[in-house]
Ligand binder design. Structure first.
Ligand code: ADP
Ligand code: MG
Length: 358
């Protein structure tokens, strides 16, 4: 197992990249700790697969280095990196049986027959394919083939890291949950460094200790699900995580006060003069409707989503969302909205500004 360091990494698919826009990965400097389970989360096209393929060695970066512990593997072949990678779509040997497919990575590395037999059995149980071990892969459904691919990815215990690139895309919803649970327990038992790529926030938040959020070729935040919820480092994290996402409202900041259209909102921290695009970000969970407190708001619609209500409202010409309790009575007297000062984040040009104790 290994700690993975991305050092000044960037990648362009173009032979002669000019501006930033020509780079699929812009500038990455990060350390992925040994033995942690990471989810790599971001919208389609943001560079997740590109990064994974650079880590595994399928792709050579245009710039920068990759280290496994202290070894520079930037130019090492995939096999030398000793990594297991599972892709979005199945990669199986059709003419081999399920058993032979699962055994393949172990056989390749010269494992003993008895170890292979035992390990294949364990993995077959994890992916729920014990009863079809002697069937040829040809003729199995895409779903079953993908489970074999996953099994092949998990079969070796001695890998430096396990990389999964949206591996559950073709798996049916119930089995998805089951397999994700298996991957988690595999991580608990063996403590591999794991990177799990997904565009689905629920999948990311339930799988990982740490979530790496990518946006437009950059890592915008690495944090626990709690960090991402409470202190989004970038407005994209605020929008992308949460349901609905964070309210982002243009504002002026003076010291420990924000002004939206001249109306004052108290902040917990103080800020020095900010330039560029300045906004406040408040999660719908930390906004509260009131008859007496806060600033004027106009309720447009109330949606009952079971656990709570989502109030769609207009606030000084901006659309905002407010989460209200399931049993909260939302009468016509609720003409104001109050924000919890400790939960109002400040952003300059989309990046969180820390501020200091006011
Ligand atoms: P993700 O996995 O997050 O959906 P990708 O890493 O596949 O994103 O793609 C990142 C960007 O690089 C996209 O703009 C995509 O079109 C581009 N890209 C991906 N693969 C190639 C390739 N082989 N050649 C050229 N451009 C590519
Ligand atoms: Mg991808």
């Amino acid at each position: 197992m290994a700690r993975i360091t991305l050092d000044n990494l960037a990648h362009s698919y173009l032979p002669d990249p000019r501006g930033e826009d020509d780079y699929a990965l812009k500038q990455l400097d990060h350390v992925w700790q040994d033995g942690e389970a990471y989810a790599l989360l971001g919208a389609s096209g943001c560079g997740k697969s590109t990064l994974l393929n650079i880590i595994s060695g399928l792709l050579q970066p245009s710039r920068g280095r990759i280290l496994f512990d202290d070894f520079d593997v930037t130019h090492a072949a995939t096999a030398e990196r000793n990594i297991a990678q599972v892709f979005q779509f199945p990669v199986v040997y059709d003419t081999m049986t399920v058993r032979q497919n699962l055994a393949f990575p172990l056989k390749n590395r010269g494992a003993s027959a008895s170890y292979i037999a035992q390990r294949v059995q364990t993995i077959a149980a994890m992916i729920g394919m014990e009863s079809v071990l002697d069937r040829k892969a040809r003729g199995l459904t895409a779903d079953a083939k993908q489970k074999i691919s996953l099994g092949r990815g998990m079969v070796r215990e001695d890998v430096n890291a396990l990389l999964f690139d949206e591996p559950l895309t073709v798996i049916d919803p119930h089995m998805k949950w089951e397999l994700r649970t298996q991957l988690k327990s595999l991580h608990r038992d063996f403590g591999h460094t794991m990177i799990y790529v997904t565009h689905d926030q629920t999948e990311a938040l339930t799988f990982a200790d740490k979530v790496v959020v990518m946006h437009d070729g950059r890592v915008v935040q690495i944090g626990t699900p709690e960090d991402l919820f409470e202190r989004p480092a970038h407005t994209f994290v605020g929008y992308f995580i949460g349901s609905p996402g964070m309210n982002v409202i243009p504002a002026k900041i003076e010291g420990a006060r924000a002004y939206v259209n001249g109306a004052e909102i108290a902040l917990e921290r103080g800020y020095t003069a900010l330039s560029g695009k300045v906004e406040i970000g408040v999660r719908p969970e930390f906004a509260r409707l009131s008859a007496t407190e806060g600033l004027p708001v106009r309720i447009r619609r109330v949606e009952d989503v079971g656990r709570h209500k989502i109030v769609r409202a207009e606030f000084f010409g901006h659309d905002i969302n407010i989460v209200a309790a399931e049993d909260e009575n939302i009468g016509s007297d609720k003409t104001r909205v109050a924000f919890d000062p400790a939960r109002v984040n400040v952003y300059a040009n989309d990046w969180l500004v820390e501020g200091s104790a006011a």
